[in-house]
Design a protein around this ligand. Sequence first.
Ligand SMILES: [Zn+2]
Length: 71
Amino acid sequence: MSQCRGTTKKGDRCKRDSPQGSEYCSIHQDQEVRERTRTSKVEEWDRDAIMKAALGFAVIGAIFLFRFRGR
Ligand SMILES: [Zn+2]
C-alpha cells in the first residue's frame, strides 16, 4: 500500500492509502483518469486522426452513394 497521489479540494495531499495496483484511493480514482488523459497526447492525436479518417470515408461513401443513385 502507498499513499494516494490525489489532492483534496483544499489542495492538500490526500492522506488516504491507495489500493494495490493503483496510485490513488477510491475517492480520487477520477483524478487518476484525468491525469492519464492529460499526459497521453499521442493517444489523443490518434483518436483525432481516426475520427478524421472515418469522416473522410463517410464523405467518399456518400459521394459514391449519390452518384450511384443519380444514374
Ligand atoms: Zn485520495
